[in-house]
Design a protein around this ligand. Structure first.
Ligand SMILES: Nc1ncnc2c1ncn2[C@@H]1O[C@H](COP(=O)(O)OP(=O)(O)O)[C@@H](O)[C@H]1O
Ligand SMILES: [Mg+2]
Length: 248
């Protein structure tokens, strides 16, 4: 396999509080990796390390290696890093601007002149399975879209700067079942071109969309393997207990 992301003995702290403990994990290119585990076990911290989102938090520090396509993230300019490693959050967070401007924002920052923008906006919205719903109203404010549409807009916004990796932090927890299933279909479609990591509380969702699953508990990676194996034949007792709903 080709690893798009590797962490080696990754530990992380908020001040004195340790949130990750020696997490070593290789995440496969063009696959979907699910990160599961109870609240507070370090899932968000883990994926936020991958694009250095937590670097701005006072007192946050890490130890160990984080490699994106074999490059240490600390050696990559943070702006470049966040361009190639996009992120979609729990609550859709479009800018209070037009649909068009939401998508055009990133490419503009990265120096694209106005000429290519129409094409990028269209391509990104098509990839995010939103084009058909918004092509006639690109100048409408993005806040007028439904929650599910807003989340696909946020995915389109991430795609517009041509990332290689997309991190999803519980992307469906604020969405209804139909919008959730649209996002899951979209993720499966995006597999052709992107490496994706999804933090989810929803076991069925992890089982439906992911190829590999990592189970975190108290900041540790307890078990990591093919999703089918993790759900059907977990090696660890705590994985099994979590999956069948004994805690968390
Ligand atoms: N900004 C922060 N400052 C201090 N502690 C934090 C911060 N963010 C998270 N933590 C702590 O780190 C641990 C892991 O949190 P997190 O990664 O958000 O867990 P999860 O996403 O699995 O719910 C928790 O104990 C949480 O309280
Ligand atoms: Mg979280």
């Amino acid at each position: 396999m080709t690893a798009a992301i590797q962490t080696k003995n990754l530990s992380a702290w908020y001040g004195n509080k340790q949130a990750l403990k020696n997490v070593s994990m290789d995440l496969e290119e063009n696959r979907i990796t699910a990160i599961i585990g109870p609240s507070g076990c370090g899932k968000s911290t883990y994926i936020r390390c991958l694009n250095r989102m937590n670097d701005l938090i006072d007192g946050f520090r890490t130890q160990g290696e984080i490699l994106i396509f074999n490059k240490d993230v600390r050696s990559i300019d943070p702006v470049e890093l966040r361009k190639s490693v996009g992120m979609v959050f729990q609550k859709p967070n479009p800018f209070p601007k037009s649909i068009f401007e939401n998508i055009a924002f990133g490419p503009r920052i990265h120096g694209l002149n106005n000429n290519g923008l129409d094409a990028i906006v269209e391509e990104s919205l098509k990839k995010a399975a939103l084009w058909d719903e918004v092509s006639e109203r690109l100048n409408d404010n993005a806040m007028e879209l439904s929650g599910g549409q807003q989340q696909r807009l946020c995915i389109a916004r991430a795609l517009a700067v041509k990332p290689k990796i997309i991190l999803f932090d519980e992307p469906c927890s604020a969405l209804d079942p139909i919008s959730t299933s649209k996002i899951e279909d979209l993720m499966l479609e995006l597999k052709k071109e992107y490496t994706q990591v999804i933090v989810t509380h929803n076991m069925q969702q992890a089982a439906r969309v992911s190829d590999n699953t990592g189970f975190f508990l108290y900041g540790e990676l307890i078990e990591y393997g093919g999703t089918r194996q993790i759900f059907k034949k977990p090696r660890e007792k705590s994985t099994e207990d979590y999956i069948i709903g004994r805690f968390g």
